[in-house]
Design a protein around this ligand. Structure first.
Ligand code: BG6
Length: 482
């Protein structure tokens, strides 16, 4: 369904996120017929540039990051017809009046802050000062939303000084992923799972977000952040919330966000012996292979973690006693994000000890190969007696849902359209972000005060051995990364 024509100003449009994600996502929505030809995408950045030069930049980005659709006849030209550019000075008055003149009255006006957080305040102030706000203003901000509780509070205050919370859209792109929303559909759209979704039937839950890439060109940012701030505080925390939250009364922004907030508030402090930090090291077998973390970030003494595994507890009625094991890391054996809900063994085996232990697992694959698999126990086929095997009841979106499942919309496509529609359900509220920092801050402070050094793990492995020990101590093990 197409949305009404809108004006979207992408501040910092010429940066990496604009080129890789925002502009190609808008283009794909245009090709899908959702973005009307009357909509305006206005790039705004410091650099003086003609509209034609910006169109060239957009065309290049689209061809690189959305090659399939870019080849469709007439599409790119049509999209470029929506594109405009205005140079602005975030720290001064230049360009703002010209930008105001490009906006149409009566439309949704979204301002996407694709810039470092140090500019949020300046931009917010000037948007108001130069009369760019309307009844339908929306502000979109990206992570990192602060680097600790104090800085996140300051950012929230800065934005709140100019805008109402209902106008602020804090993006966590994990919430825009197809399977992440399916997680809610599976939980709350079926009778099958929810009665079992508690500590009585669930032994534990594993959340793995493994990446095969390294830190690449983002070494400077990453070395100050580390996996805890870069991934756990936001993406893994959001996944944990959606898995663990109580059913909201409605699929509406504050109903959902209230429930997520309760989960974060119920998280116990994590003791140091429930956390493993790792840092990738070059593979000695591959002298020509990828460089170590320290080499990649150019900091030979760095003690920043590129890997985290931890065991978390949620102290509430539903989850008391059920551990949540979280792990994420870069330069691991594969790119794979999976949530595994590990059910308990049947209370008694009528098939005797030889039948072994067979517990159900619900695997929710976020990427790649999005889908959901329920592992169930059946009899091994054949005349060999009652031997049990585990088989997958598999739902791969690509197979089950045809073209829509094969090529699910990218997270940014969905989230940007939600901004235009004014739906905040998949965006983080200010208090959620602050609570998540309140949980991570003491963990990070503990490492700093103890001078903690991350354990090395070889590039292409599944992470440091200590992460396996974390599970072994509890008589459990990680499911494979693949
Ligand atoms: C970003 C992190 O938020 O998410 C990156 O800053 C990480 O370090 C990325 O690589 C992972 O996103 P995705 O969608 O590729 O899993």
């Amino acid at each position: 369904i197409p949305v009404e024509p809108f004006d979207l100003v992408v501040m910092g449009a010429t940066g990496d996120l604009g080129r890789r994600k925002i502009l190609p996502a808008l283009f794909r929505r245009f090709c899908a017929g959702q973005m009307p030809a009357g909509a305006r995408v206005i790039g705004a950045a410091r650099r003086e540039m003609s509209r034609a030069a910006f169109c060239d930049l957009v065309a290049e980005a689209v061809r690189e990051f959305s090659p399939n659709q870019a080849g469709e006849p007439g599409m790119l030209e049509g999209f470029l017809g929506c594109v405009d550019y205005q140079a602005i000075d975030a720290r001064g008055p230049d360009g703002w009046e010209a930008l105001a003149a490009k906006l149409s009255p009566g439309r949704v006006r979204a301002f996407y802050f694709s810039v470092g957080p140090s500019l949020f305040g300046e931009l917010a102030r000037r948007i108001r000062e130069f009369g760019l706000v309307s009844e339908l203003t929306r502000i979109v901000v990206e992570k990192p939303f602060g680097h600790d509780l104090e800085s996140a509070r300051a950012l929230n205050r800065t934005l709140a000084a100019q805008f109402d919370e209902s106008e602020i859209y804090r993006i966590d792109h994990y919430l825009g992923k197809e399977t992440v929303q399916n997680l809610m559909a599976v939980r709350f759209g079926n009778m099958l799972f929810e009665p079992l979704w508690n500590s009585q039937y669930v032994d534990h839950i594993q959340i793995t977000v493994a990446e095969s890439v390294g830190v690449g060109g983002r070494g400077e940012y990453y070395d100050r952040a580390g996996a805890m701030r870069d991934m756990v505080q936001n993406h893994l925390m959001q996944l944990l919330c959606l898995i663990a939250m109580e059913p909201p009364a409605k699929f509406e922004p504050d109903a959902v966000r209230d429930e997520k907030l309760k989960v974060i508030r119920a998280l116990d402090v994590v003791p140091p012996y429930h956390i493993v930090r790792g840092q990738y090291a070059a593979d000695p077998q591959l002298p020509e292979g990828p460089a170590s973390y320290r080499e990649e970030v150019g900091n030979p003494r760095s003690t920043t973690e590129s890997y985290i595994a931890l065991k978390a507890h949620i102290s509430n009625w539903r989850w008391a006693g059920t551990p949540f094991y979280l792990r994420t890391g870069k330069r691991l054996v594969a790119r794979s994000s999976v949530i595994n809900v590990m059910f308990k063994d049947a209370p008694h085996s009528i098939f005797g000890a030889d039948a072994g232990r067979h517990a159900n697992v619900l695997s929710i694959r976020l990427q790649p190969n999005e889908g959901i698999t329920l592992h169930v126990t059946i009899k091994e086929p054949g005349p060999g007696g009652m031997r049990l095997v585990d088989v997958p009841l598999d739902m791969s979106f690509a197979e089950a849902l045809g073209p829509g499942g094969r090529d699910p919309a990218d997270a940014y496509e969905r989230l940007i359209m939600d901004v235009i529609r004014g739906n905040q359900t998949l965006f983080m509220r200010g208090d959620e972000v602050e609570e998540a920092w309140a949980w991570t801050d003491p963990i990070i402070a503990g490492w700093q005060s103890r001078g903690d050094v991350p354990k090395p793990y070889v590039i292409g492995s599944t992470g440091p051995n200590d992460a396996d020990q974390l599970m072994k101590r509890d008589d459990r093990r990680w499911r494979g990364i693949n």
